[in-house]
Design a protein around this ligand. Structure first.
Ligand code: ADP
Length: 590
């Protein structure tokens, strides 16, 4: 429909309706958006509060953790002693070593008198000593003499290896023995585990003997950190401090006379994981100790200075469970609004459709009124004209007068038929039409109706020959057939022949009216059976009519328990077929 048509008075209703719907949807959308916004704000507020609470809890837990006993201390320095499992110690405690004078007699046998065998016996006797340091010194010297005597020192080294807590020539006795026995892997493992208290130089010497690679950065960093703290132990360390070595943070805690070195994760880890919070922990210089920097913009901050902590804490998030609830609420809200919008659109669509239908019906009705007026005008005009001539006595001969009378009768019959048809249609529409059913032969009905159109002389009857019994209202069915024949004649301007065919097919009697006329377009075929609808053939041929003929046929056929079918091709003609339930020859229904 062109836009101008839509803007005509009844259509403007549709536009108003659409506008109102649009306004309502916009209002709904705005309201929904505001609601969501509000919800987001409230949620942000709630999240903030949760973060604040979590941050406070973390701070208080950390404070307790920092002042309680530190089982995780890696290194403890008290006054001038240092304890801890380190690769090397800045102040290694020397293991006891035997006085060299104890061995002077045996060494004189070995070196001055050149009697290694006697020296070996002397060392063996000393190796029986109850003092571990003397035993260790004797065994080491015994191994030396045995080598000179070209004997295997292995068993002696094995004995030496079992002595712990004694030193020979400044090195731990068991380390020296293992070195002699070439037990590199065991030495490496125990060096890393910090089994011996070694100086840095001792460690480096033995490490080079067991491995080409440097020791792991982590353990090396710890040893370096311990060395630094040891060197500065008398400087005023803060109660808690962070020391960076090899890009690794170490926490220094002062408790009374003790200085402890530990990894920050050992203190932070349990507290943060118990809180299940996402955090970033920075030292006083702003270096990241734990966590991630992302999201720090929105985080709740607790500075170290305010909270007597060595770190600044950024709490960026907590458990996701509450967020899931928010998402669910937002989804619920959005789907609620979505459903309301859907209802609005659907409601508008149905109302618009109803309005359009009403508009269409009112247009059809006004077309119908003008069509009926035209139908009435021509018979009335000729009746009036002829009766005037007759009344004035101006008709010349008797024969002419008779023709006038015949025309008058025919025109008034046509008028009556028209009125009857309209009245009948009205009754049918209201469901008040009474049918008088009786058993009859379709052939008789066809012959009778065809006879009415005899004057046209163009009706051909085609019958299968057998009797076609039906139960029908003869008058109503004649009206239906007459309408179909009438249409066939009206809409066949060129080839004016019309065929009426009837036969019994399956359980139906089919009465068809065929023409070679204008034909019906595919898209019109359903519509033409609606009341007041006139097709393009009517408009093209300027054919008179009211648009109720086929609607009436459909009513009548349906009242007989049958159906009407149409087959047509544009420009080639149409066939309208009434299918009516057949009766058996004996009179019973098939
Ligand atoms: P009317 O003939 O008064 O217009 P009908 O209800 O009898 O009303 O027919 C409706 C429309 O169907 C007609 O306007 C015409 O376009 C189409 N029609 C009916 N019969 C034929 C036919 N035999 N051939 C072509 N068109 C037809």
């Amino acid at each position: 429909m062109p836009l101008r048509e839509w803007l005509r008075p009844p259509q403007s209703l549709l536009i108003i309706l659409c506008l109102l719907t649009l306004v309502s949807i916009s209002a709904l959308a705005w309201f929904g958006w505001r609601l969501l916004d509000q919800e987001r704000l409230v949620e942000a507020q709630r999240t903030r509060e949760r973060l604040e609470q979590a941050a406070d809890r973390i701070v208080s837990h950390l404070r307790v953790a920092l002042v309680s006993d530190q089982p995780d201390a890696l290194v403890t320095i008290i006054d001038n002693s240092i304890a801890g499992k380190l690769l090397y110690s800045p102040a290694p405690a020397r293991a006891p070593e035997a006085d060299p004078r104890i061995f002077s007699e045996a060494e004189s046998l070995e070196f001055v008198q050149g009697q290694p065998r006697q020296a070996a016996d002397a060392y063996e006797r000393l190796a029986e000593s109850g003092d571990a340091a003397i035993r260790a010194g004797a065994l080491m010297r015994l191994a030396r003499v045995l080598r000179r005597l070209k004997r295997d020192p292995g068993p002696v080294h094995a004995k030496l290896e079992r002595i712990s807590g004694a030193a020979v020539a400044g090195d731990p006795a068991d380390l020296v023995a293992r070195d002699a026995l070439a037990e590199w892997e065991a030495i490496r493992r125990d060096l890393l585990a910090g089994r011996w208290e070694l100086s840095e130089a001792q460690f480096e010497y033995y490490w080079k003997r067991v491995s080409k690679d440097p020791p792991p950065e982590d353990t090396l960093a710890l040893a370096e950190a311990a060395t630094l703290v040891w060197a500065d132990r008398n400087r005023n360390f803060k109660t808690q401090d962070t020391l960076w070595v090899r890009d690794r943070p170490f926490l220094i805690v002062r408790r009374g006379r003790a200085l402890m070195v530990m990894r920050p994760a050992a203190v932070l880890g349990p507290v943060l994981s118990a809180e299940d919070a996402k955090c970033a922990v920075l030292d006083r210089e702003g270096r990241l100790i734990m966590g991630e920097r992302s999201g720090m913009g929105r985080a709740v901050v607790r500075t170290g200075a305010e909270n007597q902590l060595p770190w600044t804490l950024y709490v960026t998030g907590t458990r996701a469970s509450s967020e899931t609830g928010t998402v669910a609420r937002q989804r619920f809200l959005m789907s609620g609004i979505g459903i309301m919008v859907l209802f609005l659109v659907a409601g508008t669509y149905f109302i618009a459709r109803a309005i359009r239908r009403e508009i269409e019906v009112s247009r059809l009705q006004s077309d119908f009124v003008s069509a009926v007026s035209h139908e009435f005008r021509s018979p009335l005009t000729s009746i009036r004209h002829l009766s005037e001539i007759l009344a004035l006595g101006r008709v010349p001969g008797e024969e002419r007068r008779q023709t006038y009378y015949d025309t008058l009768v025919r025109e008034s019959q046509r008028l009556q038929r028209l009125v009857e048809a309209l009245l009948n249609f009205g009754r049918m529409e209201a469901g008040r039409r009474q049918y008088q059913f009786e058993e009859m032969d379709a052939s008789a009905l066809v012959n009778r109706v065809a006879a009415e159109f005899e004057s046209n002389g163009r009706i051909e009857l085609v019958s299968a020959g057998d009797a076609c019994l039906i139960e029908a209202d003869p008058e109503a069915l004649s009206v239906a057939l007459r309408n179909l024949v009438d249409n066939a004649l009206k809409y066949s301007p060129e080839d004016r022949r019309v065929w009426i065919e009837w036969s019994t097919e399956n359980q139906f009697v089919a009465i068809g009216v065929r023409d070679h006329g204008a034909g019906i377009a595919e898209e019109e075929m359903k519509r033409i059976f609606q009341k007041f609808v006139r097709g393009s053939a009517a408009a093209a041929g300027n054919v008179k009519g009211t648009g109720v003929g086929l609607a009436m046929v459909r009513h009548i056929v349906a009242a007989h328990g049958g159906q009407i079918q149409v087959a047509s091709r544009l420009g080639e003609g149409s066939t309208f077929t009434m299918l009516l339930p057949a009766l058996l020859r004996a009179g019973g229904r098939v």
